[in-house]
Design a protein around this ligand. Structure first.
Ligand SMILES: Nc1ncnc2c1ncn2[C@@H]1O[C@H](COP(=O)(O)OP(=O)(O)OP(=O)(O)O)[C@@H](O)[C@H]1O
Ligand SMILES: [Mg+2]
Length: 506
């Protein structure tokens, strides 16, 4: 008979103006991977935070291994073997990998840190999770995938009965995701229980044993993954039938006008020895595909003036631009939504409306005075169009769910009213239903003659919504594919094509 390790009974939680969870009943079996899904703002992270002792529930009870469980602090939860990797990382960037992993339990000799033992222990746990880095390296020098492995190493380095992963794959490439799943399978064999939150429904079948769906703070149900298919999960999540993931599939799609909008010629960036050229037409969605590390992000950052250009030109509507900073780019009508939304996109301690209008303030100012009413009206409209879930526009962005924070960044850049919109991983962390709405919104922008570039690691997304895809490999454009020729294999072939010089490593 299967035994429950964690059991949640009638747990509820409200925040001012929001009922985040009502009477949730959930049991997690020992040794299973239990997947938690639901739309943005459904209450997934809140439930996790209650299990981890960050928020007390307003009502309800929990048991852990048959014993009453009521963690008042994260420390208490940890002592009972509950460990979590949050949606947002909690690493101290200036400390080393080893110090981060053993942050609160550094081995000591006398009053000094025992650096030898720290090195040994860190190396051991790093090997276990497959983190290939120098234990003394400062965490800030790592890429996101590696940072995540540090978080997992940290979680597994002390007593861990239940490992909770909140959207672990949002920032990972396909190769890194397989490796994460390998780690989960291995640890599971050793008896670990995993609670796994994800918006990538296909992953659920690879890794999940059972799945629980939340909607609007309520439990919809728990099923064995083997007994449920994706359309069924989606309808449980969104409360209605969704026939297509991408609007392209079921409606006549808008066509680019053919007029060139943005032309990048012979662009040179610091991290590649190649010259990069591509163009974007009016009314077009151009996908930028490639493996992580293929310099897609670096390239769009250079176009935007966030990184230095070492050569080449960028022209907009036939006019050569002199863009040396993001400010120049924004003035010329080019916007970039960065992949790192927290540090570059949002001010967490400002309200939703102010965040949305931040980049477009000059639109609302006349002779130095800001028209507050117009500003608020516009923010409100954007929030409505993107269905940002918040009790009010004056809510601090910090208090929004992860996906709704991402929608806020999107709203901000769309309101800016640029000619060229560049989105780096725009739908990361966004639920299936909301994604569909975002794609429709992008189409409306196309109809206004704008051009859109999307960098995405989700190849299905690019195939679903783009007119054309440019593929990067090793810091060079390795191929271009038109919509009528879209095929996973063809695009991947370009993505894996080794650059002729062989000097750039992925
Ligand atoms: N600290 C807080 N203060 C106020 N409201 C909050 C707070 N934390 C969460 N909420 C609200 O509770 C609801 C549930 O949020 P939660 O973060 O649990 O959603 P989620 O399911 O994790 O969504 P996502 O997929 O976007 O991460 C949302 O409406 C959110 O705005
Ligand atoms: Mg969340």
């Amino acid at each position: 008979m299967e035994t429950d390790i964690l059991s949640i009974q009638n747990v509820s939680k409200s925040f001012p103006g929001v009922r985040a969870l009502s009477n949730i009943v959930l049991s997690v079996r020992k040794g299973e991977v239990h997947v938690l899904v639901g739309e943005n703002g459904a209450g997934k992270s809140t439930l996790i935070k209650i299990v981890c002792g960050i928020y007390p529930p307003d009502g309800g009870t929990m048991t852990l291994e048959g014993e009453p469980y009521f963690p008042r602090t994260p420390r208490e939860a940890m002592n009972r073997g509950i460990r979590v990797v949050y949606q947002e990382f909690n690493l101290l960037s200036y400390l080393s990998v080893a110090e981060n992993i053993f942050f609160d339990r550094l081995p000591r000799r006398g009053i000094r840190v025992d650096r030898k033992k720290l090195f040994r222990d860190a190396s051991e746990i790093m090997a276990r999770v497959g983190l290939d880095a120098d234990p003394w390296m400062p965490v800030e020098l790592l890429g996101v995938a590696q940072m995540q492995l540090v978080e997992i190493a940290k979680a597994l380095s002390s007593k861990c009965r239940v490992l909770i992963l909140d959207e672990p794959t949002a920032t990972l490439s396909p190769g890194e995701i397989s490796r994460l799943f390998e780690i989960i399978r291995t640890e599971k064999k050793q008896g670990l229980t995993v609670i796994y939150i994800s918006h990538h429904l296909k992953e659920i079948y690879e890794i999940g044993d059972r799945i629980t769906v939340l909607r609007n703070g309520e439990l919809v149900g728990t099923k064995e993954t083997a007994e449920i298919d994706i359309p069924h999960i989606v309808s449980m999540m969104v409360g209605r039938q969704m026939d297509a993931e991408y609007p392209f599939m079921d409606s006549p799609h808008p066509k680019p006008t053919g007029e060139p909008l943005l032309e990048v010629k012979g662009l040179r960036i610091a991290s590649s020895s190649h010259e990069i050229s591509f163009h974007l037409k009016k009314g077009e969605i151009l996908g930028i595909s490639g493996l992580v590390g293929s310099r897609r992000t670096e390239t769009v950052r250079a176009v935007f003036g966030a990184d230095k250009k070492l050569g080449g030109s960028v022209s907009l509507e036939g006019r050569r631009l002199n863009v040396t900073s993001p400010k120049d780019a924004v003035r010329e009508g080019i916007c970039l939504l960065t992949e790192d939304r927290k540090s570059q996109g949002l001010v967490l301690d400002m309200p939703v409306d102010a965040n949305i209008s931040l980049a477009a303030l000059d639109k609302f100012s006349h002779f130095g005075l800001i028209d507050k009413k117009a500003e608020r009206g516009a923010s409100q409209r954007m929030a409505g169009e993107l269905a940002i879930k918040t009790p009010s526009m004056s809510q601090l962005v910090r208090n929004l769910s992860g996906g709704n924070q991402q929608k806020t960044v999107l709203a901000k850049w769309i309101l800016r009213d640029a000619k060229v919109l560049i989105f780096d991983e725009p739908t990361r962390g966004i639920d299936v239903g909301a994604k569909y709405e975002i794609y429709l919104l992008l189409w409306r922008l196309l109809a206004e003659g704008k051009g859109i570039m999307i960098v995405s690691s989700d190849l299905n997304e690019l195939i679903g919504i783009c007119h054309r895809i440019v593929v990067f490999s090793g810091g060079a454009v390795s191929g271009e594919v038109l919509r009528r020729d879209f095929e996973q294999e063809r695009i991947l072939k370009y993505a894996y094509r080794v650059s002729h010089e062989g000097s750039d490593r992925e």
